[in-house]
Ligand binder design. Sequence first.
Ligand code: GDP
Ligand code: MN
Length: 441
Amino acid sequence: MGGTSVKLHEYQSKQIFAHYGIPIPKGKVASTAEEARQIASELGKRVVVKSQVLVGGRGKAGGVKVANNPDEAEQVAQKILGMNIKGLTVRKVLVDEAADIQQEIYLGVVINRAARRVTMMASAAGGMEIEEVARTAPEKIIKVLIDPFIGLCDYQARQIAFALGLKGDQIRDFGVIASGLYKAFGDCDASLAEINPLVITGEGKLLAVDGKIVTDDNASFRHPDLTAVRDVDEETSSEAEARKFGLSYIQLDGQIGCMVNGAGLAMTTMDIVKLFGGSPANFLDIGGGASADKVAAALRIILADANVKAVLFNIFGGITRCDEVAKGIVSALEQVPTQAPMVIRLVGTNEEEGRAILAGATLRVQTASTLVEAAQKAVAAAKGEEYVPPPPPPPVVYKPRRHSVVRPAAKKTARPAAKKSVKKAAKPIKKATRKLVKKAR
Ligand code: GDP
Ligand code: MN
């Protein structure tokens, strides 16, 4: 259940790549500056010190630095360790032998849902994020669809190599790298395997300088080894807590916290919040048959997000019982007192019992009977506004059909009158145009 993923660190991804015959630089991981110095002196060459955090764009953020000697490596590591990159604290650095980079190439394997094929993508404009290339110069991206029964063919790898402008031995070496990457992707049940950049060195050799593997959580049971390396430190505490309670939670950047049962209903709820001008703070599916404990955990997670200005509960009780949900809400609010307004829509199994529990707890909650009403209330609450019910629709007036063959007299007189007034109005205009025409002559 859920569409979560396990991201592997650069050093972990590159170790896997190496296992598949992809050339990577020599290097080791350090968690202190002193260790970084040690590794640099072992390597005995210019090194690159790289922050190991699970985000892209570390280079731009100052998390990748070249050091000429062990002392420099120590200084640079000192700076990078503890650095905050896109909300994540750097706890480890990879100290790699520095590469002499002539060109940066992008090479990635992804799932192309539209084509229902695994796709290999490459671009001679590597180094920068591929999304950027896709936006600014999509023609620079080479794509090859891979038949799952045949796998990546040699001719396909050569086709990519030629398109990248590779020469001589590079073409053969690229074939090894491409097939290794494809194999690694499949064996890891990955949703992404990427080398960015794959560099051409001063000696004309290919080298995977960066690596990224994202695996599909649905296949975690097949990869206890990969699951074990999951870096819990790297997850936001909310995501870690959600996973512990079996909740599907994805943090977004809006103001309305949403607690919903069922992924489809959760998406619908987010859409409707958007429709009424709000913006969801998260996707959260508490799942079927959620217990009070689970609901309490979910609410704690939602309220831990400082952006949340209002919480919208949209619970459709089927297997999930509304009274259990209500108990969870009450107990969570005892644990985490909050000023955030709450809007609750509880319908289905045991809804009366659920409402009674909420009413008995004298909570500052608004209830709603439809999703539209609930969303409107939540949007208003998040803006600190009073909910104004929409005006009732205009009454539908029943007009009995006339059965008489005689047309109503009023219509007959109305028509010529209208014509007359149009003619009258047109008179001065006609006069004016005639004058103009005369003048022109
Ligand atoms: P990202 O920014 O998180 O994708 O991190 P990368 O590992 O891709 O590094 C970012 C950039 O740093 C690369 O595109 C290179 O330009 C540069 N870089 C990385 N490793 C080396 C290296 O060994 N030598 C040199 N000269 N530059 C490097
Ligand atoms: Mn990169």
